[in-house]
Design a binder for this molecule. Structure first.
Ligand code: UFG
Length: 337
């Protein structure tokens, strides 16, 4: 019996694989390695002492998904697979709608055929759009500002209606806030292609010396220091949230949604200062114009996950900044030697 982690070799998928294996939960990873390295598998084995089963497969390929379900006893799915670059989604919206919706629908159809009824979905705080923080699960959703966000919103709607129609189905929607950090071993971590868009991978590339300085996108927001405020969450806490979610899905039917955040907002300057202090280095930065589409303040109300799932984020911002640096410090070229 195993849980299928689609996109299991990616940043959040690989950390979730470690959390599941450490907890004695068997996993099968499926990944097309479009945005992930097969080398992550050896690293997961080195951390956990267990070699995870992994299948190279695209989740839009129904035959390939069928084969995974035919050859393994899959008792639940955590669906990470999908494209995730906001900017690219604006340039190539059809690519995002086709891939993200198709892969979710394909996995759901094959699951149903094989009598598998538990599904945990990687959603995002982006479904809230521009709503005042703290965001609760009942805050209005659906004013997404980019096609990537719309794919998350649309898949949430698909899953809700699938649950309405199937009394056996158990779905957990996890709305992630801003995952950063890496496994404390420094053996796995975020490994974006090209110049990073997100704050922490950009910060670490400046620290490694690959980029000259961080550009802080705006210092005139209505926030305590003028820079954007986000709810950063350690990826290992996020991984633990998936374990709580799949366990919850074992004993409940229907569709439930949970924020996975800390409930605390930190500014870009908080990140710069904490990263510099805990890692004892200077991080050059400059104030740049606002990035179009960015919001001033985004943070979660994480109480529902605590009450219902018994899950809270435990790692501090110091932990997040230390572990974020540990990974590229040991692996300046990511998974490449
Ligand atoms: N920022 C900079 N400089 C950079 C990169 C980011 O100042 O080089 C700032 C942004 O303006 C923002 C903060 O750092 O204030 C965080 O930016 P990220 O790009 O890391 O994250 P976002 O909050 O913009 O977006 C993230 C995910 C999305 C997801 C969204 C949900 O990347 O996938 O959260 O709220 F949709």
């Amino acid at each position: 019996m195993a849980i299928l982690l689609t996109g299991g070799a990616g940043y959040i998928g690989s950390h979730t694989a470690v959390a599941f294996l450490d907890a004695g939960v068997d996993v099968v990873l499926a990944d097309n390695f479009d945005n992930a390295s097969p080398k992550v598998l050896d690293r997961i084995e080195a951390i956990t002492g267990k070699k995870p089963k992994c299948v190279r497969a695209d989740m839009c390929d129904k035959q390939a998904v069928e084969k995974i379900f035919a050859e393994n006893e899959i008792t639940g799915v955590v669906h990470f697979a999908g494209y995730k670059a906001v900017g690219e989604s604006c340039r190539k919206p059809l690519k995002y709608y086709r891939n993200n919706l198709d892969s979710a629908l394909t996995v759901l159809e094959v699951m149903k055929k094989h009598g598998c009824t538990r599904f945990v979905f990687s959603s995002s705080a982006t479904v809230y759009g521009d709503q005042p923080a703290p965001l609760t699960e009942s805050t209005h959703t659906g004013d997404c500002s980019n096609p990537y966000g719309w794919t998350k919103y649309m898949i949430e709607q698909i899953l809700k209606t699938a649950c309405d129609a199937d009394p056996d189905l158990s779905v957990v929607l996890l709305r992630y806030f801003n995952p950063i950090g890496a496994h404390p071993s420094g053996m796995i971590g975020d490994n974006p292609n090209g110049i990073p868009n997100n704050l922490m991978p950009y910060v670490t590339q400046v620290a490694v010396g690959k980029l000259p300085r961080l550009n802080i996108f705006g210092d005139d927001y209505d926030t305590p220091d003028g820079t954007g405020v986000r709810d950063y969450i350690h990826v290992c806490d996020l991984a633990d949230g998936h374990l709580a979610a799949i366990r919850y899905a074992e004993n409940h039917v229907g569709c439930e949604v949970f924020n996975l955040g800390t409930g605390v907002g930190y500014s870009v300057l908080d990140i710069v200062k904490t990263f510099s202090r805990v890692n004892n280095l200077d991080l050059p930065y400059a104030i740049a114009p606002r990035r179009p589409g960015d919001l001033a303040t985004v943070y979660a109300d994480p109480k529902k996950a605590e009450t219902v799932l018994g899950w809270t984020a435990k790692r501090t911002l110091d932990d997040m900044c230390r572990d974020s640096w540990n990974w590229p410090k040991q692996n300046p070229n990511g998974y490449e030697e």
